[in-house]
Design a protein around this ligand. Sequence first.
Ligand code: HEM
Length: 409
Amino acid sequence: MTAPILSPPPLFTGEYFQNPYPAFTWLRENSPVHPLTFPVGNLPMWLVTRYEDVRAILGDHNRFSSDAPRWATEDFKKAGMAFGTGTVIEQILSVLDPPDHTRVRKLAMGAFTPRRTATWKEPTEQIVQSALDRMQRMEQPDVMEFASIVPAEVIGRVLGIPLDRFKEILHAIERALHVDPEHTDESTKAYQEIVDYGREVITEKRRNPGDDLTTTFIDARDGDDRLDEDELVALVALMIMVGLDTTRNLIGSGVLALLDHPDQRDLLRAEPQLADTAVEEFLRYDGALTVALIRFTKEDVEVAGTRIPAGSTVIAALQSANRDPAYFAHPDRLDITRNGDARHLGLGHGLHNCLGAALARLETRIAVPAVFERFPDLSLAVPRSDLRYGESWLLRSLESLPVHLNSKE
Ligand code: HEM
């Protein structure tokens, strides 16, 4: 019999990043509203891990704000934790509170009609097939390379952006999101590059409008209301920033989850119509974000009997909520037929829920089954224990996923 663990398992250590789920289990059971010192900038924060509390926080924008410029502490900003401080990205949709959020979100949402989403299917299928061709030619095939190509090419296409300059922007995003309190200037510079690029894209689209999201955002109107220039730039920059690594990680973790669960992989191959529920299960089982989502308390609040003072930083831990056994039967098991359990929170919840959800779902439901369709005998090329996740507080990201293709073709 193992002795009960009396003190919390270490958080944000090498071991935690490889597998945070045992720590989440401990926290849900023993300290569901947990005070901690966040390693970046040594910031005090509260980590909330139970499903019902996480969901309640995300649904309560009156007391829990997303607006870092307004509600975050100076130390939080100084540590570089607030997106795009000093640039228009500071005012991106994801950090606005109502009523600004309501207005911008409504205008942006208008671009994501079901008819428009349907037009992205065919290009996504083509991009996936050509990325698989490339994987087939690789000497050491790596699913994460495939998983990077798909969202980058899809978002470029959807926004109407040529791919050549896009590579530089991908690099800028990487630099911007690499938070290092010692080098916040470097990150601000990278954010500014993303903003400048957003402006370029908008200028170009004004000259040559197309059937793409950027043009739709430029034209978006609601009565007399429309997006002002900075809002437009911030929105385009946000779409580029948030749609890439998240989707990459989900495609990668979906493929790995099926490699780890051959019964589920065989089931998906036998019943391809399960792809939709499979994507939801990938989002629940091992989603794309490590520490998400951050909110700031606007007043003193009580969560699960613990008082959190006004002005605190709270992490609503999506991945922990998604493994809460009070809401998901056998939460550590991948089950692509899962239904009847609670709704997962992998794409957020409440006012800020993922604006690009339809695109993220479309890409993943095409990309993951296509990998196994093309390479039915796909297997890991390294021992399972050699796979590493990046030690990023933001994204849950496999560094690489080397495979043997063993294609029967
Ligand atoms: C698997 C891929 C994705 C995951 C896991 C994901 C996850 C999320 C989550 C959890 C939020 C909530 C943020 C919050 O409440 O603070 C969010 C918001 C957002 N996502 Fe995604 N996302 C994905 C893909 C995308 C894509 C492809 C796009 C765009 C093309 C996108 C655009 C956005 C935007 C604009 C918001 C902000 C919405 C708002 O604040 O109203 N996401 N996403």
